[in-house]
Ligand binder design. Sequence first.
Ligand code: NDP
Length: 291
Amino acid sequence: MTARIIDGNALSARVRGEIAERAAALSARGVQPCLAVILVGENPASAVYVRNKVAACEKAGIRSLRLDYPADVAPAVVMTKLAELNADPAVHGILVQLPLPPQFDEAAVLEAISVSKDVDGFHAENVGRLSQNQEAFLPCTPHGVMKMFEAEGVPLAGAEAVVIGRSNIVGKPMAMLLTNAGATVTVCHSKTRDLLFHTRRADILVAAIGKPRFVTGDMIKPGATVIDVGINRLQSGPDAGKLCGDVDFDSAREVAGLITPVPGGVGPMTITMLLENTVISAGRAASAAGK
Ligand code: NDP
């Protein structure tokens, strides 16, 4: 079997088109959606992510407010700015690019963002709401994966889903979303005793590990849906310098039924969901202001 490829670029373009229409309608009502993006330091990967997010905003008709700070900035400076942004009615979404330099308490920074503007979905209150299956801003990467399942008609209720990775930004919220959708979910991580046992019985396998080409074809149940969240830059070998996922695409696609590529899979959906959350937040602000 050769898997059908889920085209994250195409799905993303379609959803971003709808988001741009909603942003234009809000702007016409006098509320242009606005996302504030805070970047601390010069981490090159973070700088690329922030640039991509800002560019995607502009393209969708969302105003972006980019705030850059040097790596040695005092945390109090950023906290004061967050308080200002929380209070600014023209700002609908606030994002602090992670990781932050060591002088910061990341959890405290995330908690300092107003729950109603937490478009990354990392605030403890939004995480708690998600765990209770209540309406919340959903973390963008796992939310983007759920959009892919929906677009492809992947049945989730009753499915055996295995998530490799238990980070706060991908693995755990992914597992919660799948649980809320009725899947039977297993979360694997570096301490898991028999990873193969789990992956080989998965109807849905999500890899969020951060290890290039870790999941190989022999680990996959024939016909499974395989979602590759990983973004890794190969350091050596013939493909050195190229991006690859956590899944060995060539061997996996011979076994899976549906598979996401890297690049062009989950990556573009992550930014799309950030734009969607910002537009949702702006829509709420417009309604609250009676516009
Ligand atoms: P983390 O490093 O925070 O988490 C990695 C997880 O993988 C951990 O839970 C770890 O287990 C687990 N793990 C590591 N080695 C193994 C192993 N040998 N067997 C089983 N599990 C293992 O990474 P993130 O969740 O932040 O990111 C994961 C990947 O997704 C990265 O490549 C990242 O770049 C990418 N990413 C992509 C995004 C996108 O938009 N497409 C967005 C965010 C991330 P343990 O907890 O025990 O250490």
